[in-house]
Every structure is written in structure tokens, then in C-alpha cells.
Design a protein around this ligand. Structure first.
Ligand SMILES: *[C@@H]1O[C@H](CO)[C@@H](O)[C@H](O)[C@H]1NC(C)=O
Ligand SMILES: *[C@@H]1O[C@H](CO)[C@@H](O)[C@H](O)[C@H]1NC(C)=O
Ligand SMILES: *[C@@H]1O[C@H](CO)[C@@H](O)[C@H](O)[C@H]1NC(C)=O
Ligand SMILES: *[C@@H]1O[C@H](CO)[C@@H](O)[C@H](O)[C@H]1NC(C)=O
Ligand SMILES: *[C@@H]1O[C@H](CO)[C@@H](O)[C@H](O)[C@H]1NC(C)=O
Ligand SMILES: *[C@@H]1O[C@H](CO)[C@@H](O)[C@H](O)[C@H]1NC(C)=O
Ligand SMILES: *[C@@H]1O[C@H](CO)[C@@H](O)[C@H](O)[C@H]1NC(C)=O
Length: 289
């Protein structure tokens, strides 16, 4: 980390020097587009990474037509779905969400693979890849290296397999949406989740959580959680000892546990447990007899 920060400062300094040099030389060299150049904030390495990401994707509807190598497209900060820091110029937001069904029927999602060159975007704090079609690929483990992320939406993007435990490295996350639309995502264990102590919003709708036995403990260890959606996750009742350890979740306001295998006693208990609850969904739960 320390190394990286030094590198960053150094390269920023170099960049600054370079720009100053260019500005000084321009009149002498007879450049005539000086004002335009000064406007470009995009960092070249990040621009190249974004071009690589585009190359990995099939974009039949031209969602990414503003992205490219052409001269007039040099400032990647102006590309669709990109936002750069107005202080450092680094890309801080990448919003590639596809059309959700209530959004737009007349367009198509992006298809293909997410290029590992996304790792170049180390300053990302917001990443939305939802509602695309990643063709039953796994969720890339390398997303766990984008450690500045605060917002991550991978919902309904046609991923399959096991949610990578590397997501537990994203300790700044406040929003995590892994909602599945195809029933093909599962979770082996949930230990990684307890590392995400800043999490406020968690959606794992339709993920198969029948394997982790500790789901309640894990959720209970997230101190800032205010919205939790675990609809249709194949959850079974927690064993009573678990309940007596209840600690936190005092911010929990919205809870969706519908369509699981839970008994009604857990709901009686939940209402006691968090006074901040304002919305609980459980009516379509399959009650245990
Ligand atoms: C930078 O962006 C932030 C948030 O978008 C804004 O509040 C701030 O005024 C901007 N600063 C400059 C110098 O443009
Ligand atoms: C849907 O997408 C089409 C094509 O991209 C666009 O022209 C139209 O404005 C969009 N409609 C809505 C409601 O977003
Ligand atoms: C998901 O990917 C599979 C495999 O490529 C494909 O057959 C299927 O149509 C995709 N589903 C959706 C909803 O995009
Ligand atoms: C990321 O998480 C994995 C698995 O939890 C761990 O082995 C690895 O050391 C972590 N990497 C970083 C950079 O924290
Ligand atoms: C969920 O996972 C469990 C254990 O891996 C498996 O037995 C069950 O069939 C899965 N449920 C669905 C709907 O795939
Ligand atoms: C309860 O909180 C204490 C102190 O914050 C912590 O050490 C303990 O692990 C928590 N227990 C559970 C079950 O989360
Ligand atoms: C809820 O709290 C009330 C009053 O404190 C208590 O009588 C009741 O047993 C509690 N219910 C559960 C399920 O813990």
C-alpha cells in the first residue's frame, strides 16, 4: 500500500511537470489547440484499460460508442458511464448497467467477459455491472482487488458458480448487490461477508445460501446494516443458541426473508430484536410445520 501511494504521488508529480512543460513549449512549437488539451483529465493508463474492457464486450446497441481510441475521444472522463475525480483525474465510477426489464425493453445488454485490465482502475469507488449478460461466467475474483470500492452492483448479470470469497477484501463496501436472476449462483460459506463492516445495503436475493450454516451469525456481525434482502435463499431456521448471541443490527430497517424455509417464531423474535425495523417481508414464506 505504502509503495503504491508513493508511486502515485510520484507519477502525479511527473504528470504535473510534463503538463507544465507542454504548456511552456506550446507557443514555441506553434501548437494551436492548447485550450482543448488542457481540458483533458483522463489518465492514459486508465483510458487504455477501459479500451481493453470494451474490447472484451459485445456491444450491439452502441452503449459504448463514446469509448474509443480516436482523437476526439481522448478524454475518457467524458465517456458514457465514467466519472473521474475532479481532483486527481482518476476514474472513480464505472457504470455499465444493462437494461433492467422495467427500464427499457428496446435495447440489449452487454455480453462477453470482463477484462482483468479493470485492475488498472484502482481508484474506483463505484462499479455497476448489473443486468448484463456475462454468459454463465464466474464472478471474477480480481474484483476483490478493487479495494476502494464502496458501491458494487453485480445483480442479474447472468453469472454462475460460487461467489468469490475475495469480495471479503472490499472492506469499504457500503452497498453490495449480488441478486441473482438465474438461480445459478451460490455461496459456500459466508465468513468473508463478516469482514465488510461498513455494509449498509446487502441484497442476495435468489442466491442459494443453504450450505452456509452460519448465515444468521454473519448477518448479525454487520454493525451498519440497514437493508437486507435474502428472499428465496433456501434459508432454514437458525438454531436457538445463535439467537441468544444477538448483538448488533440495530440499524436494520428493511428486511426481506420471504420464500425461505423459516418458522414464524423467527419473525416474532425479529420484531423484538430491532426497534428500527420499518419493513419486513415474510408473507410468502413457506412456514415450517
Ligand atoms: C469536485 O466534485 C465534488 C463532488 O462531485 C464537488 O462537490 C466539488 O465542488 C468539485 N470540485 C471542483 C473543484 O470542481
Ligand atoms: C430505450 O432505449 C432506446 C435505445 O437505446 C432509447 O432511444 C430510448 O430513449 C430508451 N427509453 C427509455 C425509457 O429509457
Ligand atoms: C445466460 O448465459 C447463457 C450461456 O451463455 C445463455 O444461454 C443464456 O441465454 C443467458 N441468459 C440470460 C438471461 O441472458
Ligand atoms: C483477499 O482475500 C483472499 C481470500 O480471503 C486472501 O487470501 C488475500 O490475502 C486477500 N488479499 C488482499 C490483498 O487482501
Ligand atoms: C442449493 O444448494 C444445496 C446444497 O448445495 C442443494 O442441495 C440444492 O439443490 C440447491 N438448491 C437449488 C434450488 O439449486
Ligand atoms: C458482539 O459484540 C462484541 C463486541 O462488539 C463482539 O466481540 C462479538 O463478537 C459480537 N458477537 C456476535 C455474535 O456478533
Ligand atoms: C418479545 O418481547 C416481549 C416483551 O419483552 C417478551 O415477552 C417476548 O417473549 C419476546 N418475544 C420473543 C420471541 O423473544
Amino acid at each position: 500500500m505504502v509503495m503504491m501511494m508513493i508511486m502515485d504521488e510520484k507519477s502525479l508529480h511527473l504528470l504535473h511537470l510534463f503538463v507544465m512543460l507542454l504548456l511552456c513549449m506550446k507557443p514555441a512549437l506553434g501548437f494551436n489547440s492548447g485550450i482543448e488539451d488542457a481540458d483533458i483529465r483522463c489518465i492514459e493508463k486508465e483510458r487504455e484499460a477501459l479500451v481493453m474492457i470494451k474490447q472484451g464486450l459485445t456491444d450491439n446497441y452502441g452503449h459504448l460508442s463514446s469509448w474509443g481510441n480516436e482523437d476526439e475521444k481522448r478524454d475518457c472522463c467524458k465517456w458514457r458511464g465514467i466519472k473521474c475525480s475532479n481532483q486527481t483525474g482518476h476514474v472513480i465510477m464505472l457504470d455499465l448497467h444493462g437494461p433492467s426489464s422495467w427500464d427499457n425493453f428496446s435495447t440489449e445488454p452487454l455480453r462477453g467477459n470482463i477484462s482483468p485490465s479493470m485492475l488498472e482502475l484502482q481508484h474506483l469507488i463505484y462499479l455497476d455491472l448489473s443486468y448484463n449478460d456475462f454468459g454463465w461466467n464466474f464472478i471474477p475474483m480480481f474484483i476483490g482487488h478493487l479495494t476502494k470500492l464502496r458501491y458494487l452492483d453485480l445483480s442479474c448479470a447472468n453469472f454462475t458458480g460460487t461467489v468469490p470469497i475475495q469480495l471479503g477484501n472490499l472492506t469499504s463496501l457500503q452497498y453490495l448487490n449480488l441478486r441473482s436472476c438465474n438461480f445459478f449462483l451460490n455461496v459456500e460459506n459466508l465468513e468473508w461477508l463478516s469482514q465488510l463492516s461498513s455494509l449498509r445495503h446487502l441484497d442476495m436475493t435468489l442466491l442459494n445460501l443453504s450450505r452456509p450454516v452460519d448465515w444468521f451469525q454473519t448477518i448479525n456481525s454487520l454493525p451498519s446494516l440497514s437493508e437486507l434482502r435474502l428472499r428465496g435463499c433456501e434459508l432454514s431456521d437458525v438454531v436457538p443458541p445463535s439467537l441468544s448471541f444477538v448483538n448488533s443490527s440495530t440499524h436494520l430497517a428493511i428486511l426481506d426473508l420471504a420464500a425461505n424455509y423459516l418458522s414464524s417464531s423467527i419473525y416474532n423474535w425479529l420484531f423484538n430484536f430491532s426497534s428500527s425495523l420499518v419493513e419486513v417481508t415474510y408473507l410468502i414464506t413457506t412456514y415450517k410445520v
